[in-house]
Each structure stands twice: as C-alpha cells, then as structure tokens.
Design a protein around this ligand. Structure first.
Ligand SMILES: Cc1cc2nc3c(=O)[nH]c(=O)nc-3n(C[C@H](O)[C@H](O)[C@H](O)COP(=O)(O)OP(=O)(O)OC[C@H]3O[C@@H](n4cnc5c(N)ncnc54)[C@H](O)[C@@H]3O)c2cc1C
Length: 512
C-alpha cells in the first residue's frame, strides 16, 4: 500500500526532483531517502500572482511493491467466432474494436477515408492548394476527426465510463504517461497518427479487419433487424450487430436515415467563430505578466457567459496552435484548431460559439439544424471568394461593426479574406458574440484587442442531429443497429467518443 501526499509548490520547484524528494520526506516525516515517489496528479493554480502547481504523489517505502502504471491494459481475448460490423474508425470505432477483441469478438471495420499516411497527403493538398477531398480530410480518415487534432483528453462525462481505462490504452499504444497525471492532458497532432496506427495494427494482429476507402452506402434492414452493409455502392457484408460511429460530419448518413424513414431527432448544438490571439498575450493575461517561461506550459483559457438566455463559450482551445481548414465538402468553409505536443506555435486559438436550439428554427424536421449549419458554411465559402480562404475580421473591428482595413498574420495557412462578420453571420450569432466578447474582457483583461482575429465559421462543434437509441443502445426501429458517439449525439470529444464505443460493445455483448 502506497502513501499519498499532496502539496503546492512553485512551477520551478515542481521541476526539481531533489526538492520534491525533500519535501515529500518532510511531509511524511520519513527518516531517510529510501523511498520511490511517482506523480499521481498535477494541475496549475494560476488564480493568483504567485502561480502554484498542485502536486499529488504516490510514495512507496522500502520493501513496498511498486504497481505498474497501467493497471487495466488492453489484452485480447480468445476469438469466439462471433463478429460485429463497425462503421467509422474514429475514437469510437477504434475503442469499440479494441473492446470487442478483449471480449473475443471479431470487429470488421469500414472507414470511408484513408490510412493515416495517405490521409496526410490529402491534408497537405488542402493546406497548400485549398483542395478538399470529400472522403479524406480533417474529419474523415483513420482515427476520425481526432487524429489531426490537439488531442485534448479531458472530458466532463466522467460518469459515463472508465476515463482512466481510455487514457491507459492511449499510453499503452504510445502516448506519454503524463496524460495519466495532468489535469488537462493532451497528446498533440504530431504524436496522434503513430498511436492510431499502432492501435490499428493491434486490431488486425488480433484478428480484426480494417477496410479503408470503404464508405458504407447503405444499411440493409429487413423486418426491423439489420442484415448487413452495402459498401462503396457494390459490396455486401452480412452482420446482425452493427455499430454506427460515423461522426458529426457524415451528413450522407443522416440523409440515408431520412430517405428510409428511420427516426432522427434534431438536437441543440453551437456555432460561432474561431478566435486567434498571439500566445504571448494569453500567457501574459493568464500568468499575470510571466512570459516565455520555461516552467509553465503555454497558457489556455476557458470562458463562458450567458447572453439573453443563450450560452456563449470557448470551445476546443488550442494553446500554441494552428487554425485548421476542416471542410468535408467542396463548397463550404469550416474552421477548427489543433496544436503539436509542445504547443510551440506563436498563436492561441479557440472556438467561441453560441448555443443554438431546435426552437430557433421555424422548420421542425430533424434536419433543420443541419441545413442552418450548411447554409452558413456555404455563405462563408462564397464570402471568402469561393475557395478555402476564410472570412476574417479583427476583434475590435467586429465589435465596432467595421470591416478590417488589414488583417494580422494568422496561423490559417490558406489565407484570410477581410469581411464584416456582422453582415455575414446570422444576427443571433453576431449579436451574442459581440456581447460575449465584452464580458470575456472583464474576465480576462486584455482579451479584447485588435491583435485578435476572428475566423468564420466554427460550425462543427457537435452534431445538430441525434440518432435515437433505446435503453439497450439500439435504434428503436432497427434491432441490431447501435448508434454511437458524436455523430449520433452521445459524445463530444475524443475521450467521451471512446467511452461510448466501449459502452456500445458492452451492450452488444448482452445480446450476443
Ligand atoms: C481539428 C479538430 C480538432 C479537434 N480537437 C479535439 C481535441 O483536442 N480534443 C477532443 O476531445 N476532441 C477534439 N476534436 C473533436 C474530436 O475529434 C471528435 O469529438 C471525435 O473524433 C469524435 O469521435 P467519433 O468516433 O464519434 O467520430 P469521428 O472522429 O468523426 O469518426 C468518424 C469516422 O467515421 C468515418 N465515416 C463517416 N461516414 C462513413 C461512412 N458512410 N462509411 C464509413 N466510414 C464513415 C469518418 O471518415 C470518420 O473517420 C477535434 C476535431 C477536429 C476536427
């Protein structure tokens, strides 16, 4: 049994092993130095000028067994001869496949996009030439939307499943053990593809199948039960259990449901802009003037306010990051953000989004929100000059309702087009954002500056459509079909999608 000890130290002290050892010894009143200590939790408390690191350590005294860091590793079970179909190889599909193998079930995965290396070439084609491949982009391909992301791994859905297990599996396949310790863990775009590739290799090594460039074009249903899948409009595969984990950008899947009269629901979502500041400015605000600090990571922020009863909040903040072109279709512009593991770019970006509810639309059908989202993405594409440049405006100019005469350098590689976003965004978004920015400046003095630039739109924060499921996680009209994770409205983010993938397989096990 280990002892646990916790205290606060300065950022400099937190990096000094000798200092920490002495402090632990004093805290536990140990007579000598004959002990091993290991970080258990680490977080930054930057509320006051004297920034502190909250530390929690496990301490093992002489003779005490030091347990392994990974207590719940992925271990494949013996294959039972049963199989399931999985549509989509994002975090939900990957963790579902691993969980199935753990239980001895063979996963057969269909992914419309390409494997990570080939996918990288398509991303380069977007960044260099502004050309979108509708089947291989920032949202579609091996690892899903999570592969070329910041890889932030915190979640608010801790009650839904075993977050530690998901993090441990990431570590097992190559992520740093720091993600098990840090209060706000992240992996980084440069590290994620290798980890995802290792997971895929393990899935195949243990008897799973992963088919890339295999878009599911129909779900075969007979007498209220799934029978199989049609892939690329030609091949048929038989299954009686199928996990649907296609993410929030697979609009053709919602259209497939609508065509077949299968139940869908509209759900609340959020849209807005992606803001970018110089990282130095954010560090200065959040760290009370401390700059270029070797002992603190690039600062982040989380902001939230209410404007006329509507939530406006920061989303997917990327310190030291890049604003990314995340469209999945040719005639649309979509932004999001990523950062490398060191978060060492000179910019800080974040979505600033406004809550939207189905009550906002006159149309009451399930796809009303999706149409609203699509309309804005197309409008932005047109405003940008019918290409992948992004409509942009300096923050103060946006507040003052005037087009920016010039725009600052942005991390968005393809380029910016100066527009007055007050005229481009729907009034409800523009009005809510203007008021929210004024409030954010009270919470983070200096946030409101013309050095900050808004990129539009941030439109794919979550799905505007929900695919319903009953208490067994199956679609109410289609036995054997398990709507899963972000695209079906049950997750938001890498970890919660992974957890939902695991949970769906657990539900399948009950009826297998
Ligand atoms: C740039 C960017 C940065 C992000 N940063 C973070 C972050 O830091 N932290 C975080 O938690 N989240 C982040 N996210 C969000 C996160 O990636 C998603 O929440 C998560 O990936 C959702 O997982 P999923 O498995 O439900 O769906 P997805 O990851 O969207 O995966 C769905 C997969 O299904 C495939 N597919 C779709 N239709 C079909 C079909 N018909 N046939 C076969 N395959 C199909 C797609 O190609 C895709 O690979 C980011 C997203 C983006 C785009």
């Amino acid at each position: 049994m280990s002892n646990t000890v916790q205290f606060q130290v300065s950022p400099e002290e937190a990096k000094d092993e000798l200092f920490l050892r002495k402090k632990i010894r004093k805290n536990l009143k140990l007579r000598d130095d004959d002990f091993i200590f290991r970080w258990k939790k680490r977080s930054i408390d930057a509320r006051r000028k004297q920034i502190k690191i909250n530390c929690v350590f496990d301490v093992f005294l002489e003779g005490e067994e030091v347990p392994p860091v990974i207590i719940n590793p992925f271990l494949p079970g013996k294959l039972t001869g049963k199989k399931i179909g999985i549509i989509g190889f994002g975090p939900a599909g990957i963790f579902a496949a691993l969980q199935a193998l753990k239980k001895g079930i063979k996963p057969v995965i269909f992914e419309r996009g390409k494997e990570v290396r080939a996918r990288r070439r398509d991303l380069a084609n977007i960044t260099k030439n502004g050309i979108i491949n509708p089947e291989s982009n920032y949202c579609f391909g091996e690892g899903g939307a999570g592969t070329y992301s910041d890889g932030k791994l915190y979640t608010r859905s801790k009650k839904k499943g075993d977050v530690r297990k998901v993090l441990e599996w990431f570590v097992q396949f190559g992520a740093s053990e720091d993600i098990l310790i840090d209060a706000h863990p992240h992996i980084g775009t440069n590290k994620l593809p290798k980890i995802i590739q290792s997971m895929r290799e393990e899935i195949i090594h243990n008897g799973g199948e992963v088919h890339f460039e295999s878009k599911v074009t129909d779900i075969l249903v007979s007498e209220g039960k799934v029978k199989g899948l049609e892939v690329n409009h030609q091949y048929l595969f038989e299954f009686d259990k199928i996990l649907l984990a296609t993410g929030h950008s697979a609009r053709d899947i919602y259209e497939l449901f609508t065509r077949n009269g299968w139940q869908l629901e509209s759900k609340p979502f959020a849209m807005g802009v992606r803001i970018e500041h110089p990282q130095d400015l954010i560090d200065k605000i959040q760290y009370h003037g401390r700059l270029n600090d070797d002992f603190l990571p690039p600062a982040s922020y989380r902001l939230v306010t209410q404007v006329n009863g509507r939530g406006v909040y920061s989303f997917c903040m990327c310190p030291g990051g890049i604003v990314a072109p995340c469209a999945t279709g040719k005639e649309e512009v979509v932004t999001n953000g990523w950062s490398p593991s060191k978060r060492n770019n000179p910019f800080a970006n974040s979505g600033i989004v406004v809550s939207i509810s189905p009550d906002d639309f006159e149309d009451k059908d399930a796809l009303a929100g999706l149409r609203y989202q699509k309309e804005l993405e197309k409008k932005c594409w047109e405003a940008a000059g019918r290409n992948q440049k992004v409509p942009a405006q300096r923050l103060l100019d946006f507040i003052e309702n005037k087009k920016s005469e010039n725009l600052p350098v942005s991390s968005y590689h393809i380029g910016l087009t100066s527009v007055n976003l007050n005229e481009l965004l729907p009034p409800v978004l523009a009005d809510s954002l203007r008021k929210a920015f004024l409030d954010f400046n009270k919470k983070m003095k200096g946030f409101l500056t013309n050095e900050a630039v808004l990129h539009a739109p941030e439109s794919r924060t979550s799905s505007p459509v929900k695919i319903p499921r009953n208490k067994d996680f199956q679609h109410p009209q289609i036995k054997g079909l398990y709507p899963c994770a972000e695209g079906s409205g049950y997750a938001g983010g890498i970890v919660s999608a992974a957890i939902d993938g695991i949970n769906c397989v657990e539900k399948m096990m009950m009826s297998l």
